[in-house]
Design a protein around this ligand. Structure first.
Ligand code: 5GP
Length: 187
């Protein structure tokens, strides 16, 4: 067999299994429930990475709680695996956030610039309160200090895909979180 015809698998080791993600989301939901008590809340998911997190987090909150769901989308300029620091709003929320208890729901915080941008943007719109809830954190990579109110899991220093996180729009559908092999990022 010609060795050049062997396709290498870009997906690396699993970092967090589906049950570990579910447990983390359950903890996030519990912490939010304790803090919000019976207050209505607007979950603002950051597309597309937080798609599954929003869906699971919303269902980890009390079923009869007053919960609304909205989304916004951002893009950071630069190459696809390292954000350059310039954040651009691609899609705004559908509803006004003024006077509401808003929770930004983000897949991962790396250098912190995306969350910093979103916190400044949404804070300027006079919400009653503004919190942030993040599934994965890479605190050792910060370029700016950001406050994360609820953190699910500490991420290793690797490019991670799955459970909403993509590489060039692929792998979002994985039910677990896995590393992408270094060579795949370079190619
Ligand atoms: P930050 O502005 O904090 O550097 O980056 C936040 C955004 O960068 C995330 O919402 C995500 O889109 C992207 N990002 C950062 N680290 C990773 C990673 O390990 N995997 C994937 N798929 N995206 C990442």
């Amino acid at each position: 067999m010609n060795p050049n015809s062997v396709t290498r698998e870009p997906l690396g080791a699993i970092v967090f299994h589906a049950d570990e993600i579910a447990a983390a989301v359950g903890r996030l939901g519990q912490a939010l429930t304790n803090d919000l008590r019976d207050e209505p809340v607007l979950l603002v998911g950051v597309l597309k990475g937080a798609l599954f997190l929003v869906a699971d987090l919303a269902r980890a909150l009390p079923p009869r709680a007053d919960i609304r769901i909205d989304f916004l989308a951002v893009a950071s300029y630069g190459n696809s695996t390292r954000s350059s620091g310039e954040v651009r709003l691609l899609k705004d929320t559908s509803e006004s956030i003024e006077g509401k208890n808003v929770v930004i729901v983000e897949d991962i915080v790396d250098n912190g610039l995306t969350l910093d941008y979103l916190q400044r943007l949404l804070a300027s719109r006079n919400p009653a309160s503004l919190r942030s809830c993040v599934l994965l954190d890479k605190p050792y990579r910060r370029l700016v200090d950001v406050t994360i109110d609820y953190t699910g899991l500490l991420a290793p220093d690797a490019f991670i895909v799955g459970y909403g996180l993509d590489y060039q729009e692929k792998y979002r559908n994985l039910p677990y979180l896995a590393r992408l092999e270094e060579w795949a990022l370079e190619s």
